[in-house]
Design a protein around this ligand. Structure first.
Ligand code: FMN
Length: 331
């Protein structure tokens, strides 16, 4: 499928998630299904402008992960220009601008979600990105700041922008991640009013919610974030349902968790091979495996105890010991 000038294998996108969608994580999700596009978590333009080399560790071996999107957050125009210039030598496929982050830090710095109420600066930032970057540009927005944006105004901004596509998290910035706040109506109205592709995002947790989202809004593609944590088969499940009308179930149990844990460990080892990281590689491996073990256990019966134990581990040896006992337990 096409998203602007970008050609993708399919219409599924792994969302950018800070401290989650690292390179091993993205590779792990792609192991189960050839996800059309994966996203790096947001990178602060001010940080790159000040210390460009600091971004190196975020983009190790990025050329092995195409198609992949790199997301920037920041509202300083000079910092954006410098960042774009610095990043051009990296082999990635889309440059995404963050206009949705609801964190206190972002709002205070007048960046991310704040841009939903500062369309003037948003427009200038887009113009700079489109002018200075040779890559396709996308924009990730929400449905408004504290009330839905004016459709005509947003559609004009988008249609005149030169962007390749838009991603919309179907919530207000003020709604943060609260349950029951999804606004598909605004997504639908925006889709009807714009001339570039729209990617829908927010609370897609199974094939049914994906179908409902697309039926209601007619978006061109999906972005999925939180559900992939501990449930990497979600993309495959949705695709089977939408393309082949098949409901494929995946049962979470100790056996599958053990298998997935091993797959994750192999992926990390392969990724770290040849990298001398500022942080100790063993520490990276521990952090990655610990949080993914916690997520992978979330759908297993009677697993609260194991999660408590895992969260207290301090190193790889402790982690593997606890998991070894858990995996070998016969219920
Ligand atoms: C831990 C976490 C980190 C996130 N980091 C980012 C980020 O770096 N950039 C961004 O645009 N959105 C970020 N998001 C928002 C997600 O990309 C996505 O829009 C949101 O989770 C809604 O989609 P979902 O319901 O499929 O999770 C983050 C969300 C979570 C839970």
């Amino acid at each position: 499928m096409k998203l602007g000038s970008l050609n993708l294998e399919n219409r599924y996108i792994l969302a950018p998630m800070l401290n989650v969608t690292t390179s091993p994580y993205r590779r792990f999700c792609r192991y189960f299904f050839n996800i059309g596009l994966v996203s790096c978590p947001m990178i602060y333009t001010k940080r790159i402008a000040k210390n460009p080399e600091s971004v190196e560790k975020d983009l190790f071996k990025i050329e092995e992960e195409n198609p992949i999107s790199v997301q920037l957050i920041g509202s300083d125009l000079e910092a954006l220009k410098k960042t774009i210039d610095y990043l051009e030598s990296y082999k990635f496929d889309v440059l995404d601008l963050n206009a949705g982050c609801p964190s206190k830090r972002a709002i205070k710095a007048k960046e991310g979600g704040y841009l939903m109420k500062d369309l003037k600066n948003l427009k200038i930032l887009i113009q700079i990105a489109v002018k200075y970057s040779a890559k396709p540009i996308s924009l990730k927005i929400r449905t408004g700041y504290e009330k839905p944006f004016n459709i005509k105004e947003m559609a004009k901004l988008v249609n005149d922008s030169g962007l390749d596509f838009i991603i919309i998290h179907a919530r207000l910035v003020k709604s943060n991640f609260s349950k029951g706040t999804l606004d598909l109506e605004t997504v639908k109205e925006l889709k009807e009013s714009i001339t570039i592709p729209l990617v829908g995002n927010g609370d897609i947790i199974n094939p049914i919610s994906a179908k409902h989202f697309i039926d209601y809004t007619n978006v061109d593609a999906f972005m999925i974030g939180r559900e992939s944590m501990g449930h990497p088969e979600i993309f495959k499940q949705i695709n089977e349902y939408l393309v082949n009308n098949k409901m494929v179930s995946f049962k979470s149990n100790r056996k599958t968790m053990e298998k997935y844990f091993k797959i994750y460990e192999n992926i990390i080892d392969e990724f770290l091979d040849g990298i001398s990281h500022p942080l100790d590689n063993e520490e990276i491996k521990f952090i990655e495996l610990k949080r993914n073990a916690i997520w992978l256990s979330k759908n297993i019966d009677k697993s609260t105890n194991i999660r408590n134990q895992l969260s207290k581990t301090k190193n790889l040896i402790q982690l593997k010991e606890i998991l070894g006992n858990f995996f070998s337990f016969k219920s």
